[in-house]
Design a protein around this ligand. Structure first.
Ligand SMILES: Cc1ncc(C[n+]2csc(CCOP(=O)(O)OP(=O)(O)O)c2C)c(N)n1
Length: 360
């Protein structure tokens, strides 16, 4: 049986295991192996999809800079797999991984990144403004913190309609100090909304460290101010993240209100791929060493082997399958047409809405 551990990260901060009251599932049974396979498959999807975007960027085929989640896959996947497809989810500017982890098709996502008509938003959203309603992804935005009230509103809608859905709200440590977060969390705490606020604390908001921007050592400590539980979890441990988020999701589904989960994680690449900041703000040798020491995919891979959950052959086959899926997604995106100019006039208003009504 796999267990999760409490340890110190290399920023010297204590990371508490979010699973104390909720032991991790046993991975040596048939269900456990299936869970392990799915966690690994989705982490590989995020990693290989984003590695493909790096190649497209260098080839000049990607018309923008991209904010990558490489290094943060365990946080993204552990959280999303603890929800149902019908649950809502909102992201931020670093949000290819969120819909992928929620189960989205890679071909339509890749087409969106290339601005093609077959993309999830018809090629009009791109890397930073995509949504995929088919998996509950309500959208993402380049405005830091802007999706937090959207997730809160989705939670309110689920509560009013009595649908039993939960809203999973991703944001970074920088967004954690935006006013909109506090307004949203206060309302959610007050009205017991079914929202899981999920902070991917990667230690930096562009070049600003959490030591420079946070008044407390852990974002999760702020939960107490809004009458909700908060937990800090090792964001490189996919199973720990899954268990902590599952507990928060179940709590929300039982009608007991929101929670805050903070995953301490690492951003392996620059704030945006291709961005060159005028002054160095982190030691590149340390960052390079993260691929050997805190890579969430390697950590889980080695653990599954050590615990004899999956064999090396099974893990390789899984990676190869995902590699083929990503290659097919890139080819699909390349072959797809750009939207025609007149498409600029569609998808402006929600279906069935008459803009004349508003102006009348
Ligand atoms: C309202 C707003 N303020 C500032 C910015 C500029 N900006 C873009 S990303 C970013 C950092 C966000 O950091 P964090 O929330 O920790 O997410 P991360 O990039 O680390 O994933 C900033 C300040 C913005 N886009 N929107």
């Amino acid at each position: 049986m796999l267990t999760t551990a409490t340890h110190l990260d290399d920023r010297g901060q204590a990371m508490t295991d979010g699973t104390a009251a909720d032991p991790p599932p046993e991975l040596d049974g048939p269900d456990g192996a299936a869970l392990a396979r799915e966690l690994m498959r989705r982490m590989q999807r995020v990693r290989l999809f984003e590695e493909a975007t790096i190649a497209l960027f260098h080839a000049g085929e990607l018309p923008a800079m991209v904010h990558l989640s490489i290094g943060q896959e365990a946080a993204v996947v552990g959280a999303c797999l603890a929800t149902r497809t019908s649950d809502y989810m909102t992201g931020n500017h670093r949000s290819h991984g969120h819909p992928i982890a929620k189960g989205a098709r890679l071909d339509a996502l890749m087409a969106e990144l290339l601005g093609k008509a077959t993309g999830v938003c018809g090629g009009k959203g791109g890397s930073m403004h995509l949504a995929d309603f088919s998996v509950g992804s309500l959208g993402e935005s380049g405005i830091v913190g802007s999706a937090i009230p959207v997730a809160t509103g989705a939670g309110l809608a689920a509560q009013v309609r009595g649908t039993g859905q939960v809203a999973l709200c991703f944001f970074g440590d920088g967004a954690a100090s935006e006013g909109v977060l506090h307004e949203s969390m206060n309302m959610a705490g007050l009205w017991d909304l079914p929202v899981v606020y999920f902070c991917e604390n990667n230690g930096f908001a562009v070049s600003v460290t959490t030591e420079e921007s946070l008044s407390v050592p852990d974002v999760a400590m702020r939960a107490a101010g809004y009458g909700m539980p908060g937990v800090t979890v090792d964001g490189q441990d996919v199973l720990a993240v899954y268990c902590a988020t599952r507990e928060a999701v179940e709590r929300a589904r039982r009608g007991e209100g929101p929670s805050l989960v903070e995953a301490k994680t690492y951003r392996f690449h620059e704030h945006a791929y291709g961005l060159v900041l005028p002054r160095p703000y982190r030691d590149q040798a340390v960052v390079d060493s993260w691929f050997d020491t805190v890579d969430p995919i390697t950590l889980f891979h080695d653990r599954l082997l050590a615990e004899r959950v999956l064999t090396a052959g099974e893990l390789q086959a899984l990676r190869d399958e995902v590699g083929a899926e990503v290659e097919a997604a890139v080819e699909f995106a390349r072959r797809s047409p750009y939207p025609p100019p007149e498409a600029a006039w569609t998808d402006v208003y929600a279906p069935g809405h008459d803009p004349q009504e508003v102006s009348a």
